[in-house]
Every structure is written in structure tokens, then in C-alpha cells.
Unconditional design. Structure first.
Length: 326
């Protein structure tokens, strides 16, 4: 099979089709999405080497449980050990012995085939085309904020960053009636927020202070400083960015202003799929471009362009995919 390998540089290489372990399914990947975490891995984040990719939709082609064969699926990316205290409490994403698809100790989904435990799989309803199903993982990450923080609809929320995940987070919050502002650097991206109903703040503009909650989703260490400066005393800062390198920060403002800081990562897939089944929740305008796997290097270059949104890699012929065009 063809696979996108990172080993100090990105290469498309031939690899053997993986053999599923006990309890795993073999999945033929249809299309996968490049996210900022994938880019940060190429800069040294997590010291990962191997097949990249964790946002995908595919079809089960091999599984001991025959009822899964032929089903389109998306998959949760954390693989817990199944026996530690965290796993037994249903929190395998925090298992100290976990592997993470395309990020930590587990080859990912930028390949023609991938394996995952059956327990990680979620069937994709026929009503959700591939172009929307591929957003299941980042949609779940956006919804995780609502699971972690009891958001009051009267709150003023600021999102720092105008990328793909930030757009999904904004649309989730707007869906529940929250007033959303976003600070970003790119007019094309800010236009999407504005059309969705968010107040937009361009580079060089002061967002002010006094926000009830600030979500830092900039993908940059500078976003932390903006978030802390904008949140009100006893407010909440939610951290969504993952990047290679350290953040220089001072603890005094957090202590003095009694700020709550919440780290936020993966989230619930089933609610995400329900939102994706609703055509009123827009995702098509987030898709920037679609590249065949053979052009993965060009796809990564495009994904790092300042104006780029979601770049997709397709592993199958275009005419086999639902709802996609190049």
C-alpha cells in the first residue's frame, strides 16, 4: 500500500498492508484530513516517526466481527491498554500506556489501509457524505469544550485563532446561542466566522478584556498571552493548541485574577456525527483542497499556507468518494 511516512521528512512510500491485532479491524481509508497537529509533528512535536494522520473516514474490509465488514467508519484515536484504572473508568484517552493514531506509537491514517480496535470505531450514517464524515474527529474536539465547561448562553466568548478547529468551535458555540468573537490574522478565514454570526477582530485590533471565556486555538505560543490578557477575573481559558516547543508564561496573572485554565483535547464522536448529519451545520466551506496520496508533500505545503483551510488526502479514486471534488 501507499503511505505517507514522516522520518525527518515527509515521503510517500510503499508499506505492507497492516495485519489487525486481536480485536482490531482493517480499514480501507477513503479520505483523511491534515490538521495542525500533523504539521507540528513534522516540526518535532511528540518525536513521532511513522505513518501520519488521525482524521479519516474509511471502510472496514477485515474484522473478526462480520457485522462491521463493509461499513463506513470513523475512529477515535486513543488506544488504551484496557486494564489500568483510567481505562476501567472509561477514560482510555488518558491511559498512561496508550498509543495514539498517527501521533504516538501507532501508525496513522495517511495510508491506503489502517487498523484500529473495533471499540474505537463509529459507524457513519449513509446520510453523511465522506466530505463531512472526515470532520468527525475535529468536531468531537470542538464539542469537548462543552463537556468540560458549563457554558452559560449569556457568556461573551473569545476565540483566539482563525483556523479549522477554531471555526468548528465557533459554530458549535453559536449553535447554543453564545455570543462569539474571534481574533485572527487572515481575512479569508475571518470572513467565514463573520458569515456564521461571530464578531471578527483583525490583526492589530484590540479585542479588549472582560471575556467570560477565551478559547486559545491559534496554534501559536503567542495565543496564550492574548488569551490571558482578554479573560476577565475568575474567567476561564481553554487551551486547544498543540505545538512543538515551550510557552513562556507568568503565573502571577492567573493567581491574582483567579483564572481557571482548562486543557482540552479529544471529544465525543457520536454527538459530532449527529451534528454532521445536520446539513444546516456548514463544513463544506472549510475544505480548501483535495490531493491524491501521491501528492502528499504538496498537500502538506498547501496546508501550511497562511490562507489555507482544511486540506484533504484521498486514498481512493475520486469517483468512489461521496461529495468530493478536486
Amino acid at each position: 500500500m501507499k503511505a505517507v511516512i514522516f522520518d525527518n521528512r515527509i515521503q510517500v512510500m510503499d508499506r505492507d498492508i497492516p495485519v489487525p491485532a486481536d480485536g482490531e479491524a482493517l480499514i480501507k481509508v477513503r479520505v483523511a484530513g491534515i490538521c495542525n497537529t500533523d504539521v507540528e509533528i513534522t516540526r518535532g512535536y511528540m518525536d513521532f516517526r511513522g505513518i501520519l494522520g488521525h482524521e479519516f473516514v474509511g471502510e472496514v474490509v477485515g474484522c473478526a466481527r462480520g457485522d462491521w465488514i463493509g461499513r463506513r467508519v470513523v475512529g477515535e484515536i486513543n488506544l488504551g491498554c484496557g486494564s489500568c484504572g483510567w481505562c476501567l473508568r472509561g477514560m482510555s484517552r488518558h491511559c498512561p500506556n496508550r498509543t495514539v493514531l498517527g501521533i504516538l506509537g501507532k501508525d496513522g491514517a495517511f495510508a491506503e489501509y489502517v487498523t484500529l480496535p473495533v471499540g474505537n470505531l463509529h459507524a457513519v450514517p449513509a446520510s453523511i457524505p465522506d466530505r463531512r464524515a472526515v470532520f468527525a474527529e475535529p468536531m468531537a474536539a470542538a464539542l469537548e469544550v462543552l463537556q468540560q465547561v458549563r457554558v452559560d448562553p449569556d457568556w461573551q466568548v473569545l476565540i483566539v485563532g482563525d483556523g479549522k478547529l477554531a471555526i468548528l468551535i465557533a459554530r458549535v458555540f453559536l449553535r447554543v446561542g453564545v455570543h462569539v468573537s474571534v481574533i485572527g490574522r487572515h481575512l479569508r478565514k475571518l470572513d467565514l466566522f463573520g458569515k456564521s454570526g461571530a464578531a471578527t477582530i483583525g490583526i492589530g485590533e484590540d479585542p479588549g478584556a472582560g471575556f467570560d471565556m477565551v478559547v486559545e486555538a491559534s496554534g501559536s505560543p503567542d495565543g496564550w498571552k492574548q488569551a490571558v490578557a482578554a479573560v476577565k477575573p475568575r474567567g476561564i481559558v481553554v487551551l486547544k493548541s498543540t505545538y512543538h516547543g515551550d510557552v513562556n508564561w507568568k503565573s502571577a496573572p492567573l493567581v491574582i485574577n483567579e483564572i481557571t485554565v482548562v486543557g482540552s483535547r479529544c471529544g465525543p464522536f457520536e454527538p459530532g456525527l449527529r451534528l454532521l448529519a445536520d446539513s444546516a451545520f456548514e463544513t463544506d466551506d472549510i475544505i480548501d483542497s483535495v490531493f491524491p496520496i501521491a501528492q502528499a508533500e504538496a498537500a502538506f505545503e498547501r496546508s501550511q499556507h497562511p490562507d489555507s483551510l482544511k486540506v484533504l488526502l484521498r486514498m481512493t479514486p475520486m469517483d468512489e468518494l461521496s461529495g468530493l471534488s478536486e
